[in-house]
Design a protein around this ligand. Structure first.
Ligand SMILES: [Zn+2]
Length: 174
């Protein structure tokens, strides 16, 4: 568990690339669900810090759970944030929900396996973790941060372009 919000950096980059085919809300919810187990271990002082949730098999189960629980939770979140309007509220389609949850849990295991020595991503098939130390932890944090900034730039750049084009279109129609 690196600080959970760090995972949002790559999430923003995914959002900028996949646009409407990706839910950042569901992705974020998946990050929280992923780190519930390490949080309990940290508080109680018992058990394997990352354990089964931080394996690729665990990630499949977490993704399914996060998708099923995250759809309505995310739609509610979008309403509370004012992104989703009362008239014509945003409904996140199930395939987008599942895609976002799967990208969320798999990218989480991938990133955590680079920085934590106790993560066994390929359990029960392989106990060693080849990715450990692939890049240094400060570097990993930088990659996450910059991917978020880069993603935000693409996302807002793209939407600004779409807005301008639709404005230009409307003008032409007038
Ligand atoms: Zn984690």
């Amino acid at each position: 568990m690196p600080f959970t919000p760090i995972h949002m950096g790559p999430g923003i980059l995914f959002k900028s690339i996949l646009q409407g085919s990706f839910s950042l809300m569901v992705f974020g919810w998946t990050q929280i669900v992923m780190d519930v187990q390490p949080l309990i271990v940290m508080i109680s002082g018992e058990g394997h810090l990352h354990g089964f949730t931080h394996t690729y098999i665990g990630a499949v189960i977490i993704a399914i759970f996060a998708a099923l629980s995250g759809k309505y939770l995310s739609e509610l979140g979008l309403k509370l944030l004012g992104v989703s309007k009362k008239i014509n509220p945003i409904s996140i389609t199930w395939w987008v929900v599942f895609l976002s949850a799967f990208i969320g849990s798999f990218s989480h295991v991938l990133l955590d396996s680079i920085m934590h020595s106790d993560v066994e991503p390929f359990f029960p098939f392989m106990m060693d973790n080849q990715l450990l130390g692939l890049i240094t932890v400060p570097m990993l944090h930088k990659v996450c941060l910059y991917s978020g900034l880069f993603g935000a730039a693409i996302y807002f750049g793209f939407n600004l372009k779409v807005k301008r084009e639709s404005k230009a279109d409307n003008k032409r129609k007038l």
